[in-house]
Design a protein around this ligand. Sequence first.
Ligand SMILES: [Cu+2]
Length: 67
Amino acid sequence: MAQHTFTIPNISCGHCVMAVKNELSEMPGVTSVEGNPEDKTVMVDWDAPASEDEIRAKLQEINYPAA
Ligand SMILES: [Cu+2]
């Protein structure tokens, strides 16, 4: 399993975290998404076929690019 904490400057509240969570949770291989609106961070656990590059691309696509 791989894990990474992404810092996402566009997160401004709990709704943003929910939006990111919903999108990332739909990606095959993603097993857990935990967000913190105060830190503007999202911690993601995944297995193949997901990858950090793919997660970053998805974040970009939904307008929450990782720093
Ligand atoms: Cu928000």
